[in-house]
Design a protein around this ligand. Structure first.
Ligand code: FUC
Length: 784
C-alpha cells in the first residue's frame, strides 16, 4: 500500500514534468522514479551541492534561498600543457638498478631510482603538469528574506537528471529547476514564482576571468596558465536570459524585475576541445534560446533516460520519508535500508553518464565536478587504480558507449608512451605510469616510491579488451588491438629473468604506493623500501594482458609469432603465491609490511577486476580472504569500494554488504572529513574523489551478477538484507543482458537476451548450472 502511494506521489511529480514537456504516457513510470535524493535545507558545504552533468558541462546548485550558488564546470578546463620530461639518462642506469634488485639490494636500487629514474621538470606539482580547474561560480540572487521561508525542499531526480529547489516565502511559491541538457549541451535553470519576483545574476571566478554584460547576456572568458611560455587553454562562456520580466544590466550583473519566470541558458567551451569557443558557444545559445523550456526539458529527459533507464535495480521501496543526508546517518547506525544500495548503484551510473557522455576526456578524479582552481592530485586521471575504478560500473551497468572518451584517451597516450618506453627502458611499445593528465603525461613521476609502477598502461589497456568481452564488437577490437598490442610489447620487453627464482619479472617496479622493510635493521629505523621487481600485481596484469592479446590475435587471426612468444612468457611468469601466514604474497619475497592495512590491495588485482583467483583456485580464494581480513574494512573511500568488489567475488554477500556500509559511512564528522560518503553521496577519500562512487556501484552490481568465468552467475553474493528483489538490464560478458527476480533469497526467474545466437551456462546461487540456448536479440526466460 505504502509503495503504491510513493509511486503515485513520484508519478505525480514525473507526470507534471512529462506533461510539461509533452512526452507520451503514465505507462512510462518506472521503479527508477523513486530514485530521488532530497534535503530540507540549502547546502552549506560544496559536498552537499547536487551534481548535474552531461559529460561536458557540470553544474552544482547549492539551493540557497536568497543567493543560489551554482558551481560551473566544463570538462576540458585544464591548465598546463604538453611536457617533454623523459630523462634519457635513466636507461643507462637501468642495468645497474636491475642487477641490484636481483641481488636483493633494493634500497640501493631505490636510491639510484631517486637519482636517475624520475621525470624531469618537477612532475605532478609543476605548473606545466597542470590541473583540472573549476570554470566559474554563478550567483542567482532572489529578492526573498531567507528566514521567512517555509516548506523548503531541494532534490535531485536521477531518472530525469533534473534538480529542483522549492520553497514558500511570504505566501509566494518559488521553484527552480536545473539540468545540463544531454541533448543540446546547454545548462538550463528555470526560475518560477507564483507572483512576479526580482532576480540578479552574476558570474565570478577566483582568477583569470573577464566578464562582460550586455542585453540579456553575461559573457565570461579567460586563459588558463600553461606553466610555460606557450599559450594556455582559453575558455569562453555565456549565460542568456529569457523572461517575461524586465532585464537591465549594472556593471557585471544582470537584473531581472517583475518576472514570473526566467529561463537561464548557459554553456561554455575551451580551445582544448574546439577551435573557436565563442562561435561554438554562441551557436548553442542562439539555437536554444529560440526553443521553449518544455521542449528543452523534454529532449533532455528523453536523452538521459535512453541511457539511464536501461537498468532497474529494486531491493524494495525507497525511503523517501526522510532527507537523504539523514537517511545515510540512520543507515550508518541501523544498516537496515536495503534500497539505499539500489539508489547508490544507480547514482554511480548517473554520475558516469554525467561525466563521460560525449565527453572530451574520461572522468577524472572528480568526474567533471570541481569547485577549485587547483584540484587535489590535480584532478587528473591517476592510473594505478583510480581511472580504472572510474570505469568498473560502465560495462555491467549497460553504458557501453561511454567507453569512447577512455578509448580515445588511451589511444592518445601511445605516442608519448612510446617515447617514455624508449627513453626510460629502451623498450618497444608504449607505457604509462601512475601520473596521467590531459596532456599525455606518461613518464615515471618525481617520486619512485609511488611513481615507478610501469604496468599502469597495460592495466588501462585491459579496459579496451573488457569492452570487447562484454559487447563482442569486432570492429571495436580491430580498432583498439594495436593500442593493446603496444602495451603488451612494452611489458614483454621489460621482463627480465630473475636469476634467483628463474621467473620472468618486471623490474624496476613497486606494488602501488606500498612499502616494506627489507630487514629488521631497516624496520627498527623505519626505513621503508618500495622499489622491487615482480610485484604480484605486475605479474597478474602481465598475465591478464598477454592472455587478452593471445585471444584477440586469434579472433583477428593475426600475430601468430607474437602469440607464440607470449605463450612462452606466460609459462615463465611468477604465479600468484601464498605466504607462510596463509595470505596472498604482495611481493616476490615475504617482506615485512610497513603498513599492513595499506589502502591499495594491489595483489588482489587477480581476484577483482581480473579473474585469476576464483572458484577454480580454492586455495587462493581462501588466501585472499585472509589477506582482506588483515587489510581491514576501513581505508579511503575507493579502498572500501574495491573491497566490496573483492568480497562479492569471494561470494560473501554479507561481508560485501558490511563494506558497503563502511563506504556509506557519513564522511562529515566534528573533526572534519573522513573516508566514506558525503551528504550529496559523493565518495570521500577524503576529499571528494569519485572513483569510490563508481567502484561502489560496480561492487553492488558484482553482488548481483558475475560473468568473469565461463558462466553467467546470478546473485553470486546476495546479502541477507536484500532477500527479495529484482534487477533488469545488467550486462554479462558475451553480449548478454540479464534480468533476474528473487524472493526470500531464492531465484524465481532469469531472462537472458543475447546479441548473438549463442549458448551460455547460467549458474544459480546454490551452484547448480543450466545451459541456455539464445537466439540473437530474443529474450529467454527461465522460471524457477
Ligand atoms: C592514488 C591513491 C591515493 C589517491 C590518489 C588520487 O595515489 O593512492 O589514495 O586516491 O591516487
Amino acid at each position: 500500500m505504502k509503495r503504491a502511494i510513493l509511486y503515485i506521489l513520484s508519478a505525480v511529480v514525473t507526470l507534471a514534468m512529462v506533461v510539461a514537456c509533452g512526452a507520451k504516457s503514465a505507462a512510462d513510470l518506472s521503479v527508477n522514479d523513486e530514485l530521488i535524493m532530497w534535503y530540507d535545507t540549502p547546502a552549506m558545504i560544496w559536498e552537499e551541492y547536487l551534481p548535474l552533468g552531461n559529460g561536458r558541462l557540470g553544474v552544482m546548485p547549492s539551493g540557497g534561498v536568497a543567493v543560489d550558488h551554482l558551481v560551473l564546470n566544463e570538462g576540458s578546463m585544464w591548465s598546463g600543457g604538453v611536457q617533454y620530461v623523459d630523462n634519457s639518462e635513466a636507461a643507462e642506469w637501468l642495468p645497474r638498478i636491475r642487477e641490484l634488485l636481483i641481488r636483493g639490494e633494493n634500497r640501493r636500487a631505490e636510491e639510484l631510482m631517486y637519482r636517475y629514474f624520475t621525470c624531469s621538470g618537477g612532475g605532478s606539482s609543476s605548473p606545466e603538469y597542470g590541473s583540472y580547474q573549476t570554470l566559474a561560480d554563478m550567483w542567482i540572487e532572489c529578492d526573498v528574506v531567507a528566514d521567512s521561508v517555509e516548506c523548503y525542499r531541494r532534490e535531485l531526480r536521477l531518472r530525469d537528471a533534473v534538480a529542483t529547489t522549492r520553497f514558500k516565502a511570504c505566501g509566494v511559491e518559488y521553484c527552480r529547476d536545473y539540468f545540463t541538457s544531454m541533448s543540446d549541451n546547454v545548462a538550463v535553470v528555470r526560475l518560477c514564482a507564483s507572483k512576479p519576483a526580482d532576480y540578479a545574476l552574476s558570474v565570478t571566478r577566483p582568477t583569470r576571468i573577464g566578464v562582460s554584460v550586455d542585453g540579456c547576456d553575461v559573457r565570461i572568458e579567460g586563459e588558463l596558465p600553461s606553466g610555460s611560455e606557450k599559450e594556455g587553454v582559453r575558455y569562453y562562456g555565456r549565460a542568456h536570459i529569457v523572461t517575461d520580466g524586465t532585464v537591465t544590466s549594472a556593471e557585471t550583473k544582470l537584473k531581472v524585475e517583475d518576472a514570473t519566470y526566467v529561463t537561464l541558458l548557459f554553456t561554455a567551451a575551451t580551445t582544448y576541445a574546439v577551435d573557436d569557443p565563442q562561435a561554438t558557444v554562441d551557436g548553442i545559445i542562439d539555437r536554444n534560446a529560440a526553443r521553449s523550456y518544455e521542449e528543452l526539458l523534454g529532449d533532455h529527459v528523453a536523452a538521459h533516460r535512453a541511457l539511464f533507464d536501461r537498468v532497474e535495480i529494486d531491493f524494495g521501496e525507497q525511503r523517501l520519508d526522510i532527507p537523504t543526508d539523514r537517511r545515510l546517518e540512520e543507515y550508518a547506525t541501523s544498516g537496515d535500508d536495503a534500497s539505499l544500495a539500489a539508489l547508490y548503484a544507480q547514482y554511480g551510473r548517473y554520475l558516469l553518464i554525467g561525466s563521460a557522455h560525449n565527453a572530451t576526456l574520461p572522468p577524472n578524479l572528480q568526474g567533471i565536478w570541481a569547485n577549485t582552481v587547483w584540484c587535489p592530485w590535480s584532478g587528473d586521471m591517476h592510473l594505478n587504480i583510480n581511472q580504472q575504478m572510474n570505469h568498473w560500473a560502465l560495462e555491467v551497468g549497460n553504458l557501453p558507449e561511454l567507453i569512447e572518451p577512455l578509448t580515445r584517451y588511451v589511444e592518445g597516450l601511445v605516442q608519448s608512451g612510446e617515447h617514455t618506453a624508449e627513453h626510460f627502458y629502451r623498450a618497444e611499445g608504449w607505457c604509462s605510469h601512475i601520473l596521467a593528465n590531459a596532456w599525455g603525461f606518461t613518464a615515471p613521476s618525481e617520486d619512485p616510491s609511488w611513481g615507478a609502477t610501469n604496468t599502469c598502461g597495460g592495466w588501462i589497456a585491459l579496459h579496451l579488451w573488457e569492452h570487447y568481452c562484454y559487447t563482442l564488437d569486432r570492429a571495436y577490437l580491430e580498432r583498439v588491438y594495436p593500442t593493446m598490442r603496444g602495451a603488451a610489447l612494452f611489458l614483454r620487453s621489460i621482463l627480465i629473468e630473475d636469476s634467483v627464482s628463474g621467473y620472468l619479472v618486471t623490474a624496476p617496479t613497486t606494488s602501488p604506493e606500498n612499502g616494506f622493510y627489507l630487514n629488521d635493521e631497516d624496520a627498527a629505523r623505519g626505513a621503508v623500501t618500495h622499489v622491487c621487481m615482480g610485484s604480484t600485481m605486475d605479474n597478474q596484469i602481465v598475465r591478464e594482458l598477454f592472455t587478452a592479446i593471445i585471444s584477440a590475435a586469434e579472433i583477428l587471426d593475426c600475430d601468430a609469432e607474437l602469440v607464440q612468444d607470449l605463450r612462452y612468457a606466460l609459462l615463465r611468469l611468477v604465479p600468484t603465491r601464498i605466504g607462510t601466514d596463509g595470505r596472498i604474497m604482495e611481493w616476490l619475497e615475504e617482506y615485512r609490511e610497513a603498513e599492513p592495512q595499506h589502502r591499495h590491495v594491489s595483489h588482489l588485482f587477480g581476484l577483482y577486476p581480473a579473474a585469476q583467483i576464483d572458484h577454480s583456485t580454492p586455495e587462493l580464494m581462501e588466501a585472499a580472504r585472509r589477506t582482506l581480513d588483515v587489510r581491514g574494512d576501513g581505508g579511503t573511500g575507493w579502498s572500501r569500494a574495491w573491497k566490496i568488489c573483492f568480497w562479492a567475488r569471494l561470494g560473501d554477500g554479507d561481508r560485501a554488504a558490511k563494506l558497503l556500509r563502511s563506504l556509506l559511512e557519513p564522511a562529515v564528522v566534528e573533526s572534519g572529513h573522513r573516508g566514506g560518503t558525503f551528504p550529496n553521496m559523493f565518495c570521500s577519500h577524503p576529499p571528494f574523489q569519485i572513483d569510490g562512487n563508481f567502484g561502489g556501484s560496480a561492487g553492488i552490481m558484482e553482488m548481483l551478477l558475475q560473468s568473469h568465468g565461463e558462466q553467467i552467475a546470478v546473485l553470486p553474493a546476495l546479502p541477507t538484507l536484500w532477500d527479495s528483489g529484482s534487477y533488469r538490464g545488467l550486462c554479462a560478458r558475451g553480449g548478454v543482458v540479464v534480468d533476474c527476480c528473487w524472493e526470500q533469497g531464492r531465484v524465481t526467474s532469469v531472462t537472458l537476451t543475447s546479441n548473438s545466437n549463442s549458448t551460455h551456462t547460467l549458474r544459480l546461487p546454490d551452484g547448480t548450472c543450466r545451459s541456455v540456448e539464445c537466439v540473437a536479440n530474443t529474450p529467454v526466460t527461465l522460471q524457477f
